[in-house]
Design a protein around this ligand. Structure first.
Ligand code: 6R9
Length: 658
């Protein structure tokens, strides 16, 4: 590094607040700070601003219906169709030839769908689904990787009013079956396989294996042929080739069905405290208005932009900010099939340069990996097209923030650190990029209209600097409406903790720890439930535990998250072997395989630690905090409250010895 660069690094390291550049502010969609007051004074009517970004077939009568709280309803009486809003209206407005999706395959092939072409394919697939017998309100499961047919299938479902349930392609056969069973889903769209680091991965075998465990009859399975000759597969009786069906329905015209604002748009399963994943229900009007509004105000997306979110559509980030938000605004959204280091560690920057990407949205775990690989990779590329950067999924440490700011944004792009959840539908806590000062490591203030605070166990707001819990006092249009077919669990999971039901005062509890500073900026500290965050992916420790104890030879297990340089958190398994079983490498291998089979490779344990006992409190509860501290290499606090303090040293030795 030159002298000049060294002093630049040093300056950056000390700087704690960053203001958006004037050039950004001048062109921003939302740049008037009075928006905060405007939303506060006009709440809930302020949300009409979000609804106004959409085309409604029938105007809504009421912005917010709160008579049956916390079962809130938004834009009631309104009717609209999400696929019409993401496609037809842009074509009608003359954007037929604008690129809607620019797809990059891992091996270097590219596909562009203009809005006109995307609409045609969506109509052809919507006609296909109808022919197969899919009716309005039937849940269609989509078990697909990052190929264009995934957003096509989502929008085709939306067009005919069939909610989709996308299952992340990296999830296991078991996970697919659990989700199809829970949703009573009789239709599946999947594919033969996809590419990862140059290898053709077989996906259809996993899908077929999952189908065997579906308890009801599955009427039809549509299979996209992604791999061609690279993978031979045969189709079962009720299985159809996607291309053939779409070719048969080429040119079909399918009227978008009018959906009530509160009709379900999709289901998305996510991890919670207990073993069973939760089916988060999102609706058509509120969700679409909210994702369009946050794409407009936070991501500053304009129709003429090329925008890229590097998440996977199998997670909520991809739903809201690859598909629905950006397409509702009529922009060009980029999709990448593969890994960031294939064929080289500059792959993402190559995609940014080639497509002249304006706005880029990724996860801190990716940024930490880029840092580790070194700045020479972004330095090889012209990234000057970038105007705004974003992060999501987990806390970002100030060092990674500054690296992103300097080496990707060239100190010219604001960064939005956006806190939100599957359940919230869209962003909740973040700076508005043209308005607020950025503070690395802190997500920022709640968005206009979002009444979030940091409270103690009693629900009282904590003083600046003190740790507490995030809560949200008012509803917002993008919120989940319930857990699929489980209103009771919806209340238990999110509303019981802080609400006063008798007084009809409802407080949403996201189960995140946080602190707040004197300016009202919120720094998220992480989950306070049994959810861990591995590379920005949300995993339930209870689900992993049940996989571990399902392995023959394991008597008891505890799974916790331990700190990890790149992944943020990694999975640590503490397991007690059953009598007669040796805690050897074989058993370790089986535990690892058991977890990968039950959940998927993302949950692969970092370490399996065999121990004759787990540290327990006198009342018999496993001391998870302690196990987390051991895994993270932290100082251990007082262990005298344990029933069996002697096991701690044993376990520590083992972890250190590995
Ligand atoms: C969008 C998404 C939600 C959990 C959430 C929190 C963590 C998300 C964050 C963040 C710190 C951010 N999280 N964004 N933590 N800073 N900017 O990731 O949804 O998969 O449901 O995860 O992710 O812990 O509760 P989801």
């Amino acid at each position: 590094m030159s002298q000049e660069e060294v002093s630049l690094e040093a300056r950056l390291e000390e700087q704690e607040a960053f203001d958006p550049p004037e050039s950004f502010v001048e062109q921003a969609n939302v740049s008037d700070p009075s928006i905060y007051e405007e939303f506060e004074e006009n709440w809930p009517e302020c949300w009409e601003r979000a609804a106004d970004l959409l085309s409604w077939e029938e105007e809504y009568d009421t912005v917010l219906e709160d008579g049956d709280a916390p079962f809130y309803e938004w834009f009631t009486g309104g009717e609209l169709n999400a696929s019409y809003n993401c496609l037809d209206r842009h074509v009608e407005d003359g954007a037929k030839n604008r690129a809607a999706i620019k797809w990059e395959g891992e091996l270097g092939e590219t596909r562009t769908y203009t809005y006109g072409e995307l609409l045609n394919e969506v109509e052809a697939f919507a006609a296909t689904l109808r022919d197969l017998g899919v009716e309005e309100d039937d849940v269609v499961t989509l078990y697909m990787p990052m190929i264009p047919e995934l957003p096509v299938a989502m929008l085709a479902c939306a067009r005919i009013g069939a909610p989709h349930s996308v299952v992340f392609a990296g999830f296991s056969a078991d996970a697919l079956a659990t989700r199809m069973n829970s949703a009573d889903s009789e239709y599946l769209v999947t594919c033969d396989g996809y590419y990862r680091r140059g290898d053709a991965l077989d996906h259809i075998s996993k899908a077929n294996e999952g189908l065997e465990d579906v308890e009801h009859e599955v009427s039809d399975v549509v299979v996209v042929d992604r791999l061609g000759d690279a993978l031979n597969h045969s189709l079962g009786d009720n299985q159809h080739d996607y291309d053939e069906l779409v070719a048969e329905h080429e040119g079909a015209s399918v009227e978008p069905v009018s959906r009530d604002a509160e009709d379900m748009l999709f289901l998305m399963y996510t991890s919670g405290t207990t073993g069973q994943p939760k089916g988060v229900k999102h609706t058509t009007g509120g969700y679409l208005a909210y994702t369009a509004w946050t794409s407009h105000s936070v991501l500053d997306i304009k129709p003429e932009d090329t925008y890229w979110c590097s998440a996977d559509i199998g997670w909520i980030t991809g739903h809201s900010y690859i598909v629905y938000g950006p397409l509702a605004l009529g922009t060009t959204t980029v999709m990448y099939e593969g890994t960031p280091d294939y064929p080289e560690k500059d792959r993402l920057w190559d995609i940014v340069e080639k497509n002249r990407v304006d706005v880029f949205y990724t996860a801190p775990t990716a940024i930490r990996a880029f840092m580790k690989w070194g700045q020479q990779y972004p330095d090889q590329h012209d990234l000057s097209s970038l105007r705004l950067l974003g992060t999501v999924g987990e806390p970002i440490n100030p060092r990674a923030w500054k690296w992103y700011y300097k080496h990707i944004g060239n100190e010219e792009c604001p960064i939005v650190d956006t806190w939100w959840q599957t359940e919230t539908g869209g962003m909740m806590i973040t700076t508005l990029p043209a308005i607020n000062t950025m503070k690395p490591g802190s997500a920022g203030p709640p968005l206009p209209g979002i009444d979030a605070q940091v409270v103690d166990a009693e629900g009282d707001e904590v003083d600046a600097g003190k740790a507490g819990y995030v809560t949200v006092n008012n509803p917002w249009p993008g919120m989940l409406r319930t857990l699929y077919k489980n209103d009771e669990r919806f209340i238990n999971e999110y509303w019981d903790e802080y609400s006063d039901a008798d007084a009809d005062e409802w407080v949403y509890f996201p189960e995140d720890g946080a602190k707040i500073d004197d300016d009202g900026y919120i720094t998220i500290l992480g989950r306070v439930d049994d959810v861990i965050n591995v590379s920005g992916h949300r995993l339930g420790t209870m689900e992993i535990e049940s996989a571990v104890v399902g392995v023959e030879g394991v008597a008891e297990a505890a799974v916790v998250g331990g700190d990890h340089d790149v992944k943020g958190e990694a999975v640590y398994v503490y397991a007690i072997p059953e009598d007669g079983y040796e805690p050897n490498e074989d058993l370790e291998e089986q535990v690892v395989e058991g977890v990968v089979d039950a959940i998927g490779p993302i949950a692969r344990p970092e370490e399996v630690i065999f121990t004759p006992e787990l540290p327990k409190t006198r009342s018999g509860k496993i001391m998870r905090r302690l196990l987390e501290d051991i895994a993270s290499g932290n100082e251990l606090g007082n262990t005298s409250t344990l029933r069996n303090p002697e096991v701690v040293d044993d376990i520590k030795e083992q972890v250190a010895g590995d």
